[in-house]
Design a protein around this ligand. Structure first.
Ligand code: SF4
Length: 390
């Protein structure tokens, strides 16, 4: 059962000191045409060696520090066997002080789950699922080269409920090729009809070399104008408000008590360890990234070589900027007094003159204690956050 985290303001910077553990699973059944994640095609032999490497890396990092969230991200973690998930979780529990009510999330693609596999994941200790749905319209899913249909996504969700999962998040993407505002809202309504505990709603970003760009050129598809993208964002959130969800982060809404505890560590200036190829870690002011290539990662682990690369102690200014950037993503904003204390700085004294412009426009609020974006301000978050870069 998820432990609701109280308001970040009330709790200060709650998650600091209690680690989140991230486990990367870089395998997918097919590669989606817009994907820019660290992933490759599923290969059973490679996966077996990879899981052995993961177990070795986790055990090698053992220091019994408290860790109250574990997140399997990818790639497609639901391609792992339940027994493999159980083995990774056992290694985490042996290596860190993981409480019985830790949040354990598995990202899942709808086409990969069956009642048996879901029951297996649950028995292994997974208590939260995050399904990558992206759209409830088949034509949009086909344009994105996703393997599932809208009905398969709904079926996967219902299966998960039947198997006892009471904490399920669904991901949707907006601003898809050829998508209109009303078509976007069809997906939002379909999501609401399923009544998930949590939802993430992202704008699709098409990176420069994405195969989707070629598909768009061939199909003569385009994306809606920027104003429509803003309307998709605002109207989608408005629908979620009316359905009883609470927005707590730029792209995330939740039913009461179901905020993503793992992701809150990223947004509340917390600490986390990432295991697996390409995984990032931030702990005690040091940041590093594991070797990205799956084979390199396995080879290094097998020969006892370090997998961490780009190990860097963050400067006080970088840590301050990160805390402000990520904290401002939260609807409740940044607890300026806590940041002042932690980083021995006067945030408003340093940045206030530039921030005042946004306060005057009504897209940013400052009450002497917290600094927070309005919903319209969230659409301008990149522009507002550049104020913090020195
Ligand atoms: S399933 Fe997810 S990680 Fe895999 S290729 Fe598609 S978008 Fe990328």
């Amino acid at each position: 059962m998820a432990r609701p985290i109280s308001s970040g303001l009330a709790a200060g910077l709650d998650p600091r000191g209690v680690l989140g553990l991230y486990v990367h699973v870089p395998f997918c059944s097919a590669i989606c045409n817009y994907c820019n994640f660290n992933r490759g095609l599923f290969d059973a032999g490679l996966k077996n060696r990879y899981v052995a490497a993961l177990l070795s890396e986790i055990r090698g990092a053992a220091d019994r520090a408290p860790a109250d969230t574990i997140f399997f991200g990818g790639g497609t973690p639901s391609l792992l066997e339940p027994s493999e998930v159980a083995a990774v979780l056992a290694a985490c529990r042996q290596s860190f002080a993981v409480p019985v009510d830790a949040e354990v999330t598995l990202e899942a693609n709808p086409e990969t789950v069956t009642p048996e596999r879901l029951a297996g994941f649950r028995a292994a200790g997974v208590n939260r699922l995050s399904f990558g749905v992206q759209s409830f319209r088949d034509v949009e899913l086909a344009r994105l080269s996703r393997l599932h249909s809208a009905s398969r996504a709904a079926e996967a969700f219902r299966m998960a409920r039947t198997e006892g999962f009471d904490n399920i998040s669904l991901d949707l993407m907006m601003w898809l090729p050829q998508q209109t505002v009303s078509e976007w809202l069809e997906s939002v309504e379909a999501l609401i009809a399923l009544h998930p505990d949590h939802a993430s709603m992202y704008l699709l970003e098409i990176y420069p070399n994405a195969p989707l760009r070629d598909a768009m050129a061939r199909g003569r598809w385009s994306v809606a104008p920027d104003d429509d993208a803003a309307e998709m964002y605002l109207s989608g959130l408005d629908r979620m408000d009316k359905a009883g969800y609470v927005q707590y982060e730029i792209s995330n809404v939740t039913l009461p008590g179901r905020r993503a505890r793992h992701n809150l560590k990223y947004w509340l200036d917390g600490e986390w360890l990432g295991f697996g190829c390409g995984a990032h870690s931030t702990r005690r002011g040091v940041r590093w990234k594991n070797l990205s290539a799956t084979e390199d990662y396995i080879a290094a682990t097998a020969s006892g070589q370090p997998v961490a690369t780009e190990v860097r102690r963050l400067s006080p200014q970088e840590r301050l900027e990160d805390a402000l950037f990520t904290g401002l993503r939260l609807s409740e904003g940044v607890d300026v007094r806590a940041i002042n204390e932690r980083y021995a700085v006067d945030v408003w004294g340093v940045y206030g003159a530039e921030l005042q412009t946004f306060v005057d426009q009504g897209v940013l609020f400052y009450d002497g204690r917290s600094l927070r974006l309005s919903r319209a301000g969230m659409l301008l978050s990149h522009e507002i956050m550049t104020v913090f870069i020195r």
